[in-house]
Ligand binder design. Structure first.
Ligand SMILES: Nc1ncnc2c1ncn2[C@@H]1O[C@H](COP(=O)(O)OP(=O)(O)O)[C@@H](O)[C@H]1O
Ligand SMILES: [Mg+2]
Length: 235
């Protein structure tokens, strides 16, 4: 469904990605792990069209998208939940969800999908009329994911959903990511520093180090790799 080939991205003189290639099959969960500064967010920004690659290709659903503006990419069903969540703090939970659906016209679908999100994350239902700024970090992450689901995505990119969140909520959120993948038929690219959990819920993994893919393989094998264990799993 998505294929990145030999992607190079720079910020001025800083080379953030040097020749990243990766694939995400339709309906899969693939994870991209790596330390702070490895280039994970840059990879997602390039996929969303927020930064323009110096070279390389990005094919999505058979089409080259690396030169398209972000709004065209979003319209194709690629949805990016950025690092740090970025919910509208002054709007209520319900208003945030409505913002996610702003391009959707089918009111019945919006109502059903909103109920689906409340079913996934009952805490959001309980806090429906509270402003998003009053939610905990974990609840804001749930809201950011819920808002993304209301944009009717086909391909969801999650940038470090576990960052700064209480461990118990992280577990819940990861379980829901698996549910969303199964129930909504949504393809997922999960970016994480929390390698352990990300490797448990994904089928295939890439390890990014200073702008290059160092290791890749089925997640269980990557998890068993001594180099990965030493560098990312604290073994
Ligand atoms: N807006 C920016 N301007 C300049 N350098 C940046 C910018 N964003 C990221 N970088 C640099 O690009 C590299 C990769 O960053 P990033 O993609 O954010 O990594 P990660 O998400 O894996 O932590 C880092 O060296 C970082 O300092
Ligand atoms: Mg990042």
């Amino acid at each position: 469904m998505l294929e990145i080939e030999n992607l190079h991205v720079s910020y001025g003189a800083i080379k953030a990605l040097h020749g990243v290639s990766l694939k995400v099959p339709q309906g899969g969960i693939v994870t991209l792990i790596g330390a702070n500064g490895a280039g994970k967010s840059t990879t997602l920004r390039a996929l969303s069209g927020l930064v323009k690659p110096a070279s390389g290709s990005i094919r999505y659903d058979g089409r080259e998208i690396s030169k398209l503006p972000p709004e065209r990419i979003v319209a194709g069903g690629l949805c990016h939940v950025p690092e740090g969540r970025m919910v509208f703090a002054n709007l209520t939970v319900h208003e945030n969800l409505k913002m996610g659906a702003y391009l959707q016209r089918d009111r019945k679908w919006i109502a059903e999908q909103t109920e689906y999100v409340f079913g996934l994350f009952p805490r959001l239902k309980e806090r429906e009329n509270q402003s998003a700024g009053t939610l905990s970090g974990g609840e804001q992450q749930m809201l950011a994911i819920g808002r993304a689901l209301l944009s009717r995505p086909k391909f969801l990119m999650l940038d470090e959903p576990s960052l700064g969140i209480a461990p118990l909520l992280v577990k819940t959120i990861f379980e829901r990511i698996v549910e969303i993948n199964r129930e909504q038929g949504l393809t997922i690219l999960l970016v994480e520093q929390n390698a352990n959990l990300a490797l448990d819920i994904s089928s295939y993994a890439y390890v990014l180090e200073t702008g290059k893919i160092l290791i890749e393989g089925p997640s269980a094998l990557v998890k068993a790799d001594p180099q990965v264990q030493a560098a990312y799993l604290g073994a």
